[in-house]
Design a protein around this ligand. Sequence first.
Ligand code: AHR
Length: 503
Amino acid sequence: RKASVGLNTQRTLGEISPLLFGGFAEHMGRCIYEGIYDPASPLADSRGFRPDVMAALKETNYRIMRYPGGNFVSGYRWTDGIGPREKRPRRRALAWRSIESNQFGPHEFMEFAQELGTEPMWAVNLGTGSIQDAADLVEYMNLPTGTLYSDLRAANGHPDPYNVKYWCLGNEMDGPWQIGQMGALEYAEKAVQAAKLMRWMDPSIKTIACGSSATSMPGYPDWDRVVLDHSYAQIDYFSMHHYAANPYPTISNTERLPVDTDSYLASSVHFEEHADTLAAAIRLAKAKNRSKHDVHLCWDEWNVWYRAKGGDGGWSEAPHILEEEYNLEDALVVATWLNTFLRKADVVKIACIAQIVNVIAPIMTRSDGMFKQTIFYPLTLFSNHASGHSLDLLVKSPSYHSARYGEVPQLDVSSSFDPESGKGAHFLVNRSQTESLSVTLNWEDVAPDGLTQAWQMSGADPMAGNSFDHPDAVTAHEIPLPRLDGRSMTLTVPPLSFTTLIS
Ligand code: AHR
């Protein structure tokens, strides 16, 4: 079977925002405690950070980090997390039936983000929190000293403002599981008022309103239309969430369809539809508001999540919840999702994989070590190599039939070209479980001198994954560089594979 990809550096889809390669750290399970903050580990430094975990997070090169939730934020009092640690309250965190010690709070997160070199993205509590609490938090984080909360920040050891730029206006406020669930209009009105006060505190901030928490929500996409229409003038980004699954949950979320890897590997059909629908809702709201300003999509929760669904922490600290174990097919779906971000680079400008450590995460820790899950590899390859323009490719691929999406191309692909460095990056997923694919890349205008690096992950078993005992069972490894012949290059990609080529 043969496929071809036509590339032209002048034919582009949009500028690739570096913020597409972001993460999400929530106070839940073992993401913060025993994840990024683990003072009891023999590996921890004096701040409680783990050099091994930090090194893996740095490898992924996260450009933005959403914090502190998630569902957690809708009951979070940010003042609990500041001041001397011994005085911070222990609370029941209702979202995950867990105990929150508040030993990690705003200052610790900022220290973590600065060490990682990532842009913080803060979510405010619009569940139990008031618009005043949200504005006070902006004062605490961003304003020069001289008033109550900025002076309090200085008293807590940080006289200089942190200047947090990105602010999420609540989390999944349409969900019945959310503390303080609201209707679309009620949410939009509160979000607008919160954003107004927060901007009065600091006009330089960017705000992000909540979209539907899933495409399976009964309110989707009306929630999105209503919220966008009412909040358009006060927001810069609109959030979308989705978790992919095999088997795919039914709309009721109670029964499940049978395992269907062919359909699962075609999930990017759904990802694209989701982005297209919300991009259309944004255009409609822009027209209705007679606005000149643009709102972009912020896909601030995305990942595979369907095995470790139970979110009951049993009123313990750092419970082992949502510790999903990833396999090869999950890594391929993650690669097609990142391809989708590049193909939708004109509208999707921020994306955060949910989450970064232990909880539905690319890396897993225990006190004496860590390992990288399969999804770590595509995430890290895209984050480090996709930059500049996303190319509008001319793709010809054989297709296969999937029960869920009908005919889908066997090859899922995206390419970037950075005019500043001259670097090209090409990301190819062969979705077939059985057929290899001969792929020819044709450079239509400027051909590179050759490839500089190439990696591949593949395997016969889509369900194979890594573990503490077998940390390197499924990884991306370097492959011999395919040769360029004039303006063309042909390589054969095996079934169930993800290949990254750098030119
Ligand atoms: O990422 C796990 C949870 O998924 C988040 O807390 C919530 O926003 C979503 O439902």
